[in-house]
Design a protein around this ligand. Structure first.
Ligand code: ATP
Length: 238
């Protein structure tokens, strides 16, 4: 069977700037896979290309064996890939509930949408308690929960999360990582981009290191955590 997602030899440029030159990785169904690497390594560009926001210059992106690169973003979303972007991007003037409803805009199965909203409120009780409040009033961590909840509302098979722990306190970061595990146990496949390599690898079935636009190292999360090259480059050890 083809993997859920297979990216091969990906190259993406912004004009003359080659942000991604040779990225390849595989996400099997049910896994949590993380892409780690320094600032500017090309992680965000990779996610934006998978979700159809950018077109690759070379390489392929396959969803269960089907080539999807070049398809528009709404088609990719309809095929089951949701993208929770860096920096949260919730709609501040809309309520929690309205933000979540937006995440479900491609769906017409109202009863299931209601059930999924209930699931989001169970995962993040604070969102349920404040569902009629405007998102702009929320703390960074609460907005991150809302952004993840909104991405879940499309009922994705593959959820891509870009830097979900950015700017969060250690407690809130732990809560977000616990939720990612919970989502996996509910059957969602996860592709995670993180600066917080330690926490991401500890949680991941597989990790890939991206360095200057290319995947350079990969392995099971726990193996990469123990790898000296990873420890010195990304975990701040000598
Ligand atoms: P970070 O964790 O800092 O977001 P990243 O690994 O996600 O880093 P990207 O955001 O993908 O990296 O950026 C890869 C390279 O592409 C960087 O050199 C960046 O400056 C460049 N880049 C990103 N977006 C653009 C853009 N819109 N126009 C031009 N160059 C860009």
């Amino acid at each position: 069977m083809s993997p859920m997602l297979e990216v091969s030899g990906l190259s993406v440029a912004y004009g003359a700037i080659e942000a991604v030159r040779d990225v390849s990785f595989v996400v099997e169904e049910g896994q949590i896979v993380s892409l780690i690497g320094a600032n500017g390594a090309g992680k965000t560009t990779t996610l934006r290309t998978v979700s159809g926001l950018l077109k690759p210059r070379a390489g392929t992106v396959k969803l269960e064996g089907r080539e999807i690169s070049g398809l528009p973003a709404h088609t990719v979303l309809n095929l089951g890939i949701a993208h929770c972007p860096e920096g949260r991007r919730t709609f501040g003037r809309m309520t929690v509930e309205e933000n979540l409803q937006l995440g479900a805009y491609t769906r017409d199965d109202d009863a299931a949408v209601q059930a999924d909203m209930k699931n989001v409120y169970e995962l993040f009780p604070v969102l349920g308690e404040r569902r009629h409040q405007k998102a702009g009033l929320f703390s960074g961590g609460e907005q991150q929960m809302l952004a993840i909840g909104r991405a879940m509302m499309s009922r994705p098979r593959l959820l891509m999360l870009d830097e979900p722990s950015m700017g969060l306190s250690p407690i809130m970061t732990q809560r977000i990582f616990d939720t990612i595990k919970e989502l996996q146990s509910q059957g969602t496949t996860i592709l995670l981009v993180e600066q917080n390599a330690l926490a991401a690898l500890a949680l991941s079935d597989r990790g890939y290191v991206i360095d200057l636009g290319a995947t350079t190292l990969d392995g099971p999360g726990t193996e990469l955590l123990a790898d000296e090259r990873v420890r010195s480059a990304y975990l701040g050890e000598d």
